[in-house]
Design a protein around this ligand. Structure first.
Ligand code: TEU
Length: 565
């Protein structure tokens, strides 16, 4: 495997709308981000991914772009963006923008022109398709519910939108459209962007015959995902895009890829893959219900461990995956992946330990570093997210009570991750001096950055230690390139693995006890050093372990040990 500049980096996702508001309009902004670069540097962050900051009507919170060359007024100006790039560069940090090119906004000039002349040039930028027998061309359900087809006014045609109807899908079959996209990408790369996080990219390839599928719900529709799963040839688009854009730069790309076909991983993230890396969603897919949030599968520790281990082994020797606990589409990991008895600082640190040393590039989502949690709402009107509203409706239609439907939102809503960042225990958690666009999680008086800055035993301090260890000159090599080897798999409460240097130089054992009871694990090799523990003093643990040849792990304890090879 070729070594790349980004292999040993730690990344952080900013959701700009909820990060920090500098001008009191209740919406986070670029100036807020600039003012926190030192905070992120101090945490140990190298790469920052900004969720979309382009001009947008915000129907899907910026994932509906109406001008790819403009910064949303809410967030600031292009001058401020340039300042952000320059300030990041000064600190040797890298900025990624979100590239959303499966679709744009219905307010984008291209779509407006297409509506004006549905037979004209710009209609070819989209999928304007003749209806069948006065109905939609096929029975696709969009990701956000309802048909994926919307009538083009004044015609018998429909346009395709796999997400909201305000997010028309772009027609990648059209070389003119592709050229426009490539021109735009290069324009941003030339500005000094380090690369892109690439949104919903597997969706760009369509089967232009748009076949209908067997309905999979009571609405008589079939998920549009079926078409994505069946269609072949998306890789040709990726190669074309890469050759015309980021392939010419030393750029970093992290793609959001669901529904990859079997055995395609080398094509995606191998040495000459389409992308630098793709997110590992295996833990998130594990709990997904077959219909929606109301039939989500319960979280089972051993299944979770199994899918992560499988994913780690799959990537090894091929390329790097981007590891996540949460993002702006997922609930908080502190609420999802921890049993109730572990939903506290100790448990959150355990989860962080498990995550940080996995093989791959860790992506931390804003607020994860202080252990932010899911947020309870008492009525659906308190949610903003388009997908949450749809899933709530779905749950009611499937016969759930209002309480049960709300519980599903508490457990799954994308708004869980989108509540404002908790900077301090004061008014609006220091996020804004105005009215926040989305209500805060009421736990901010307890969980916030300022309080955790003061404590050496806080989640934040612990994250700093983990990252520093991962990047330390002594352990960087093993924790970046070391082989991943699962350990103690026969236990149903231990999450443990080794990272072993290929040259035999070092062996790190990471072990965490997710169970309720204390347990002891026999050390199969001689202990050299306890590198970190979320409970107790490292040197005390080390002394005891050296004496007994065992490591005692309390409930929710996690350690990283250096052992003899
Ligand atoms: O998400 C793509 C996607 O497939 C989502 O539908 C995902 O499965 C879902 O949000 C999980 O709850 C991306 C963005 O990350 C998301 O925020 C956007 O809404 C979506 O694309 C459309 O741009």
């Amino acid at each position: 495997m070729k070594r790349k500049w980004w292999h040993d980096k730690v990344a952080y996702q900013i959701y700009p709308k909820s990060f920090l508001d500098s001008d009191g309009d209740g919406i986070g902004d670029l100036r807020g981000i600039i003012s926190k670069l030192d905070y992120l540097k101090d945490l140990g962050i190298d790469i920052i991914w900004l969720s979309p900051i382009y001009q947008s009507p915000f129907v899907d919170q910026g994932y509906d772009i109406s001008d790819y060359y403009k910064i949303a007024e809410e967030f600031g100006t292009m001058e401020e963006f340039d300042e952000l790039l320059a300030e990041a560069k000064k600190r040797e940090m890298f900025i990624l923008m979100d590239l959303v090119v499966n679709h744009c906004s219905d307010k984008h000039e291209w779509f407006q022109k297409a509506l004006e002349d549905p037979e004209g040039e710009y209609a070819q930028y989209f999928h304007f398709v003749q209806g069948k027998d006065g109905k939609e061309p096929s029975n696709y359900r969009s990701y956000f519910g309802g048909s994926a087809w919307e009538k083009v006014p004044g015609t018998e045609k429909y346009y395709l939108h796999m997400f909201a109807k305000e997010q028309p899908d772009l027609n990648w079959e059209n070389p003119k459209l592709r050229d426009e996209i490539y021109k735009m990408m290069n324009w941003w790369l030339d500005k000094g962007l380090a690369g892109f996080r690439i949104d919903a990219i597997i969706n760009i390839k369509k089967d232009l015959s748009f076949p209908s599928f067997e309905p999979d719900g009571t609405d008589g529709l079939a998920s549009c995902v079926k078409m994505v799963e069946e269609v072949q040839g998306v890789g040709e688009y990726f190669e074309d895009m890469k050759a015309h854009t980021y392939g010419k730069y030393d750029a970093f790309t992290v793609a959001e890829v669901f529904n990859m076909k079997q055995d395609e991983l080398p094509e995606f993230i191998g040495d000459n893959g389409h992308f630098s890396t793709i997110f590992d969603f295996s833990a998130h897919e594990l709990v997904q219900g077959s219909h929606g949030w109301y039939d989500s599968r319960p979280f089972v520790f051993t299944d979770w461990r199994d899918v992560i281990f499988a994913s780690q082994k799959e990537a090894q020797g091929i390329g790097f995956k981007a590891n996540i606990i949460e993002n702006h589409d997922e609930p908080r990991g502190a609420s999802r992946f921890l049993p109730e008895y572990a939903q506290n600082e100790t448990g959150v640190k355990m989860l962080a330990t498990t995550f940080m040393f996995l093989y791959g590039i860790p992506f931390i989502y804003q607020g994860q570093e202080i252990g932010m949690t899911n947020c309870r709402r008492s009525d659906i009107s308190q949610y903003d997210d388009i997908s949450t509203k749809d899933q709530y409706r779905e749950a009611l239609q499937a016969g759930c009570t209002r309480e049960k439907a709300l519980e599903c939102c508490y457990e799954n809503s994308r708004d869980n991750a989108r509540t404002p960042m908790q900077w301090n225990g004061g008014k609006n958690a220091g996020f804004t001096s105005g009215t926040p666009w989305l209500a805060l999680n009421s736990d901010y008086r307890k969980i916030n950055v300022e309080e955790q800055e003061k404590r050496d035993d806080s989640v934040l301090s612990y994250y700093r230690k983990l990252i520093a260890l991962k990047k330390s000159s002594e352990f960087k090599e093993v924790l970046t390139y070391g082989r991943f080897v699962p350990e103690y798999e026969d236990s149903d409460s231990i999450f443990a693995y080794h990272r072993i240097r290929e040259d035999g130089g070092q062996n790190i054992l990471v072990a965490a006890n997710y169970g309720k009871e204390t347990c002891e694990i026999p050390l199969k090799r001689e202990l050299i050093k306890v590198l970190i523990s979320n409970i107790g003093e490292e040197d005390v643990i080390e002394r005891e372990a050296k004496k007994s040849g065992k490591i005692k792990l309390n409930s929710c304890q996690a350690v990283a040990l250096e052992i003899k090879e």
